[in-house]
Design a binder for this molecule. Structure first.
Ligand SMILES: Cc1cc2nc3c(=O)[nH]c(=O)nc-3n(C[C@H](O)[C@H](O)[C@H](O)COP(=O)(O)OP(=O)(O)OC[C@H]3O[C@@H](n4cnc5c(N)ncnc54)[C@H](O)[C@@H]3O)c2cc1C
Length: 473
């Protein structure tokens, strides 16, 4: 429950201008931009120092933003193209104002990160060509930003988990109560509180409650600390829940990944092969769209249609490609065999059915130019499901199979916010002094996910929130 200012119970009380809850990309961007605007900042982080950085630390942290063609293979990508991709992939349900703000500020924010010393390299191959990757990944990105914040005099308090918002008699949010090694600590902030403390992906009870029974067993890709307190404390104080609370981000994972904090163990090369389930049958159009626009959806299909237990199968035409290895960080060796029958035995799927699947697939492949960098239309005909692009027969042994499953990265449900990241209450009014940035902001993603857009969303709205909160001091 929210506590009121001066309510008893805190062992210590501190005052600052802006308090930021959570030290991932959104929280760090918020804290740095508030400091740039001259505000005093305390960032509270629930994790100990060695686990800091949230989901951002586990990510490659690739970012899409409007850009001219460049040496990294980034193609011309306009604000309008990004806007239309994000709206299309949400089936038109994303909040158009928030998406426009994100797209219009993405490039400037990427340049802001560059000016702080972020170095870039090319993103994954065979995306739509607009993404770039921080050279040192998400871990390097958060370390850079923590150093920057430290150098600017921002205070970071580790092992300090926010538990409640502090509300003034006028119903302004004026601080947070935290559980820390010092005991209960109140931090009062004149400019406001910025919630940047992730979704509820690491909270098994909330997952089952909002996503469904199956969700208790998903592999957690990122931090164990995103357990939904930010959302719960805001809602308890009157914030309006918004967005798709029943859906989440995931990826097609190597099924041998560790159960929590597995990091980047996703297969990003499945479009070069086929998926089969435990009965040896295909169940997905692997070439439906660019990998960036299908991996979240396919991961959920593997969970829902194949009980989270499937295989991705390739032949040497795929396996020998230089980019195959770049798009998969193995957690174990691939299963390999000289014949499809032997491979089926290794996979423990019915050999006859599996061989029939592959031979029907091979026979259905249509001629055409194979080009992984575009939707090449080289598909199949006469089989269900079709493979719409990048269909090559699997006929060059040894054959390779990798076990795959689904996982959870972050949740889509969040808080209603305006374009300055201010939280809106259940009456539709701005909650003075309360902001949400990054994963706790709702109405950005629905059903599926446009690759490389969560880190940039955290940076954009964190930066906006920090600046706005500082302006109230
Ligand atoms: C393996 C993996 C790969 C990914 N790859 C990409 C990619 O390439 N591109 C992309 O755009 N996205 C990617 N993502 C998603 C993206 O990394 C995250 O959605 C994004 O970084 C979230 O940023 P954030 O600041 O909102 O949250 P986080 O980075 O998760 O930070 C939230 C912080 O809040 C802290 N916290 C939680 N509760 C409390 C509390 N009560 N009090 C105080 N602190 C609290 C947590 O400890 C954490 O440090 C990936 C994620 C994973 C796990």
């Amino acid at each position: 429950m929210p506590v009121t200012q001066d309510s008893p119970g805190a062992a210590q009380s501190y005052a600052t201008d802006v308090v930021v809850v959570g030290g991932g990309i959104a929280g760090l961007s918020a804290a740095i931009s508030a400091r740039e605007a001259g505000a005093g900042v305390i960032l509270v982080e629930k994790a100990p120092r060695e686990h800091r950085g949230g989901n951002t630390r586990f990510a490659d942290a690739q970012m899409r933003f409007p850009h001219e063609a460049d040496e990294f293979g980034v193609r011309d990508y306009t604000v309008e193209a990004m806007y239309s991709d994000l709206m299309r992939i949400s089936r038109g349900r994303a909040n158009a104002d928030l998406i426009r703000t994100l797209c219009e500020n993405a490039r400037g924010t990427a340049e802001w990160l560059t000016a702080m010393g972020l170095e870039w390299e090319a993103g994954y191959p065979h995306t739509a060509g607009y993404r770039r990757s921080p050279k040192a990944g998400g871990a390097g990105l958060v370390d850079l930003l923590f150093r920057r914040l430290d150098g600017m005099g921002g205070v970071v308090s580790y092992e300090t988990g926010a538990t409640d918002l502090i509300v003034s008699p006028e119903r302004r949010i004026v601080g947070v109560r935290c559980a820390s090694p010092e005991g209960v600590v109140d931090i009062v902030a004149r400019g406001g509180v910025i919630l940047a403390c992730g979704g509820f992906e690491a909270n098994v009870q909330m997952r089952v409650q909002h996503l469904g029974r199956f969700a208790d067993s998903l592999i957690l890709r990122g931090t164990r600390y995103n357990t939904g307190e930010g959302l719960m404390m805001a809602i308890a104080a009157g914030a309006q829940p918004a967005g798709q609370w029943g859906d989440y981000h995931s990826a097609v994972l190597d099924a041998r990944s560790p159960r929590i904090e597995c990091g980047v163990t996703a297969l990003y090369n499945y479009q070069m092969g086929i998926f089969v389930d435990r009965s040896g049958r295909r169940f997905i159009d692997e070439g439906e769209d660019y990998r960036d626009h299908t991996y979240v959806k396919f991961s959920k299909q593997i969970v829902e249609q194949a009980d989270g237990d499937a295989w991705c199968v390739f032949d040497q035409q795929a396996y020998q490609r230089e980019e195959f290895a770049r798009a998969w960080r193995p957690t174990g060796p691939p299963f390999q065999a000289d014949s499809l029958k032997e491979l089926a035995q290794l996979m423990d799927v019915p050999a006859e059915d599996f061989m029939e699947t592959v031979s029907a697939f091979n026979a259905a492949v249509q001629p055409g130019e194979y080009d992984l960098d575009r939707l090449d239309g080289k598909g199949t005909r006469g089989i269900t499901p079709a493979k719409s692009n990048w269909a090559l027969p699997l006929d060059q042994p040894p054959y390779v199979a990798i076990p795959v499953t689904g996982g959870i990265t972050f949740t889509f449900g969040g808080l209603r916010c305006d374009t300055t990241a201010r939280v809106i209450d259940t009456r539709g009014k701005v909650m003075e002094g309360l902001y949400a940035a990054g994963e706790p902001m709702g109405e950005i993603f629905y059903y599926n996910y446009p690759g490389a857009s969560s880190v940039i969303r955290g940076a954009v709205f964190g930066r906006i929130a920090g600046r706005d909160a500082a302006s109230h001091c």
